[in-house]
Design a protein around this ligand. Structure first.
Ligand code: NIG
Ligand code: FE
Length: 348
């Protein structure tokens, strides 16, 4: 299962990858109009058909890596028509191919380029999200969850809370991007809001770990971001597990910080960099992940009464799933009892 992706995007950002290798930071690239705004420009320019064509092969690839359910967030649109275009594609893809697509509306509180950066514009943006987009998304039943990212403590904190609470009123359970590049208090806010999941958590402190340890909010770790951005500080998975947190893993598949859709690679990173045991990593990617999507009664484990979502790996020992990294060793993928992928590769 992959519970955190930005599935619909128009193109890779390989040109920025090279700039990062040469020493530019993720934040510097964003300040110069690259980063997320680069993806927003390309997404707005692309037709629905082109976006679908670009991603439908991607959807099949998820199955090739053993993923049977994919959470997908909007958020590269930043205006009404473009956000609805993304959410509409989630709905179409969910209906047209066998993987389960769980749709999340990500009303970014980041101010779109056309609004500029003044306080009044920021307010207009929040009004656009909560008064115009959310009612529309809810009435067309385009999303099951809502998401936000509290990037910095200051100006956006109130907006984030309003956004999540409004989403909840419209029947979309909150998820939060929390404590990725700096600590902002988002993890504890997620628990207070009763969020289904809070994701990233590289910068959590001891008090956040204690609060998450006592909560039902899933701690979703995304080590692909740290790996791709070359950051040293991975989320404190061991402390979270020891505190009793429900730890899950996902790819964060997106063109800026984690261009991978391989869950086996994420399991390898979880074991090697986060010091999770193979059994913990597998539980994180299956039953804990299902809990974070509020689907624990249907998927996430092989039990009588659940739908048969199965990934079979060509290995001699379950620990070899994370042990072999960057190697395609998923042999067969089954969704709702139906074989949807069989590997043509020879075993390792
Ligand atoms: O919005 N999980 C994070 N997602 C990213 C997407 C990054 C990007 O496109 O650069 C974010 O920060
Ligand atoms: Fe993300």
């Amino acid at each position: 299962m992959d519970t955190h992706t930005h599935l619909i995007h128009a193109a890779s950002r390989a040109e920025e990858y090279e700039l990062k290798i040469e020493g530019a930071s993720y934040e510097e690239i964003a300040r110069k109009g690259g980063g997320i705004l680069n993806s927003v420009r390309k997404l707005r320019a692309a037709t629905s058909e082109a976006l679908k064509k670009a991603r439908s092969g991607g959807v099949e690839k998820f199955a090739a890596y053993g993923t049977t359910t994919v959470e997908a967030k909007s958020g590269y649109g930043l205006d009404i028509a473009s956000e609805l275009k993304i959410l509409g594609l989630h709905q179409e893809l969910a209906a047209e191919q066998p993987l389960e697509i769980v749709s999340t509306f990500w009303g970014r509180t980041m101010v779109p380029a056309e609004f500029g950066e003044r306080r009044t514009e920021r307010k207009n943006n929040i009004a656009l999200l909560t008064e115009r987009l959310m009612p529309e998304v809810a009435s067309q039943k385009l999303a099951e969850f809502c998401d936000v990212f509290l990037r910095s403590r200051g100006v956006y904190a109130g907006a984030i809370e309003t956004n999540s609470r409004t989403g909840k009123e419209y029947g979309m359970a909150p998820r939060l991007h929390a404590e990725q590049l700096s600590r902002t208090g988002a993890a504890q806010l997620a628990v207070e809001l009763g969020a289904a999941s809070c994701d990233h958590l590289e910068q959590v402190n001891k008090s956040d770990i204690r609060v998450l340890g006592k909560s039902r909010t899933v701690a979703t770790l995304l080590p692909g971001c740290d790996f791709h951005l070359g950051l040293q500080k991975y989320a404190p998975a061991r402390e979270l597990i020891d505190a009793g947190a429900i730890v899950s893993l996902a790819t964060d598949y997106n063109p800026g910080t984690s261009p991978t859709l391989s869950m086996p690679m994420i399991l390898s990173l979880a074991c090697t960099q986060l010091r999770m045991r193979p059994s913990e990593a597998i539980a994180a990617a299956t039953i804990n992940a299902a809990y974070g999507l509020r689907r624990e009664n249907n998927i996430g484990s092989l039990e009588v009464g659940k739908q048969a979502d199965i990934a079979v790996f060509e290995v001699a020992d379950y620990r070899e799933i994370p042990y072999y990294f960057g190697v395609d060793h998923c042999w067969m993928t089954v969704k709702r009892g139906r074989v949807i992928h069989v590997s043509k590769q020879s075993p390792i």
